[in-house]
Design a protein around this ligand. Structure first.
Ligand code: PLP
Length: 483
């Protein structure tokens, strides 16, 4: 017996009506957000007040139609499409990626096994090949998609642990009488050290290398760092490099790290979640010279390759390493005969139900390709350099470091004010600017100094927006300075 009420919720004509209405609302929003209209980048509202606005039993929500709900959601979100959104590394996604993701959302396949969504694995396979070509890996390379760079780093480190251990660590677990260690940059994304802990290596096995004045790993310290760890009984198995780092967007010297790993038979992992998009840029590709020697590489499509999130690829120079990593039996999912078949992705990732991420990445590569993605990277990296020069020319402002990507760290720093006071001033000023809705930017701390931080993700942010940002900072800064 069918349930008429339940079936009605799948009514295709009702969905068509709702869908058309939704596209109209979203298209209007897109036009407004991108046009530098008066809309604030972020609405200023206290968390508890917003919880009340979303209460199921509030009078305003009693007869709220779905379209009203969508408008309500939009109103109280941070607007990535606003050219004055210059905050976190979230991106206004390209429309073909959005459409592709809408399609996969309705289909809703969990594509970890081929039979659940064949097109997803076929698309994924082709995207893997596309990126493999750009990295310069050979035909043995293989990759897998994960939900986000943190999960990607975990997948890479698990592969390193499995490939480089002297015993079957997957089956036996970590043996504390034979600790293994991973060398990371002191500027690594927190997911790298967190994941090293997740895989049971413990805090003592995370060996940090200090950074230089660019905030890049001091590669000249690799040899003595490894030796010191070994003197403590830790067997170093891997070096994890940044391409680029999160805080300042700095690229580690991949060629030097690769050479060290080669000479010392270590696994070379590159966290390219943010900065590996330069593979699409003729002008900035040189920043990842040496990537071709990496054993595992993480690339977030949802950062500099403009897909909706989450959408990450982990690529292995030697693809069979990714099969060894999860050499586990799950009888209900796989037939034993199928071992090492690329199309059953669950064998190579920690996730079971998995979205059809390859379909979204495929759409962005197909409909925009090297040209648009390359131009996007070039224009954002160029704009960061322009912004850095503009900051340098301001006597009350200071630049943390010359940007190497689209991330710029700077602060309001008139002469004669103590570091503590400047830290406090920049913190308060950032809050004030965000509250005003004029811009959205973030902050970071480097060696005890608070810096304002912009990630220039939005393709529509231009020099004039950044001039206005400098003006706003000077205006708010002067106000706080005199308080
Ligand atoms: C360098 C780097 N690696 C990893 C991550 C984590 O990626 P995700 O947020 O996709 O988990 C980030 C996020 O900002 C990052 O900047």
């Amino acid at each position: 017996m069918s349930d008429a009420k339940l079936n009605q919720t799948y009514d295709s004509e009702e969905f068509r009506r709702q869908g058309h209405e939704l596209i109209d609302i979203l298209a209007d929003y897109l036009g407004k957000a991108t046009s530098r209209s008066e809309m604030p980048v972020l609405r200023n509202i206290e968390p508890d007040d917003l919880v009340r606005e979303f209460a199921f039993d509030s009078p305003e929500n009693k007869d709220l139609p779905l379209s009203g709900y969508v408008r309500k959601v939009i109103e109280s979100m941070n607007h990535m499409h606003h050219p004055r959104f210059v905050g976190h590394q979230n991106t206004p996604p390209l429309t073909a990626g959005i459409i592709a993701q809408m399609c996969t959302t309705l289909l809703n396949n969990g594509v970890a096994v081929y039979e659940m969504g064949p097109a997803a694995m076929a698309a994924e396979r082709n995207v893997v090949r596309y990126i493999t070509r750009l990295t310069g890996f050979g035909s043995e390379a293989d990759g897998i998609f994960t939900h986000g760079g943190s999960a990607g780093n975990l997948t890479g480190l698990l592969a390193a642990r499995q490939a480089m251990s002297e015993y079957n660590i997957w089956e036996e677990g970590v043996r504390h009488d034979r600790p293994v260690g991973i060398i990371i940059s002191d500027q690594s994304h927190y997911s790298v050290s967190r994941n090293a802990k997740v895989i049971g290596l413990g805090a003592g096995s995370i060996i940090r290398i200090p950074y230089d004045s660019r905030y890049a790993m001091q590669t000249k310290l690799l040899k003595e760092t490894k030796q010191k760890a070994e003197d403590k009984g830790i067997r170093v198995i891997c070096v994890a490099a940044n391409a680029c780092s999160t805080a300042t967007g700095t690229y580690d010297n991949l060629e030097e790290i690769a050479a060290f790993c080669r000479d010392n038979k270590l696994w070379f992992h590159v966290d390219g979640a943010h900065g590996l998009g330069v593979l699409f840029s003729e002008r900035y590709r040189h920043l990842v010279r040496g990537i071709e020697y990496a054993d595992s590489v993480v690339l977030d499509f949802h950062k500099m390759l403009l897909t909706p999130g989450l959408n990450t690829m982990v690529l292995f120079r030697d693809g069979k390493r990714s099969y060894e990593t999860f050499a586990q039996k799950a009888g209900y999912l796989f037939d034993k005969q199928d071992e090492n078949e690329w199309f059953n992705g669950a064998k190579r990732t920690l996730e079971c139900t998995k979205s059809a991420l390859g379909i979204v990445a495929w759409a962005v590569i197909k409909y925009y390709g090297d040209e648009v993605l390359g131009r996007y990277i070039d224009s954002r990296y160029d704009l960061a350099l322009w912004f850095a020069e503009a900051i340098r020319s301001e006597s009350e402002m200071e630049l943390a470091v010359t940007p190497e990507s689209n991330i710029v760290c700077f602060r309001y720093a008139p002469a004669g004010i103590s570091r503590e006071k400047l830290n406090d001033l920049n913190r308060r000023m950032r809050k004030e600017i965000v509250k005003s809705g004029e811009f959205y930017l973030v902050q970071t701390e480097l060696d005890g100094t608070i810096w304002l931080r912009t990630a220039l993700m939005n393709a529509m942010t231009d020099e004039n927006d950044l001039r206005q940002l400098i003006t706003a900072i000077k205006r708010h800064g002067a106000k706080f300075e005199n308080q």
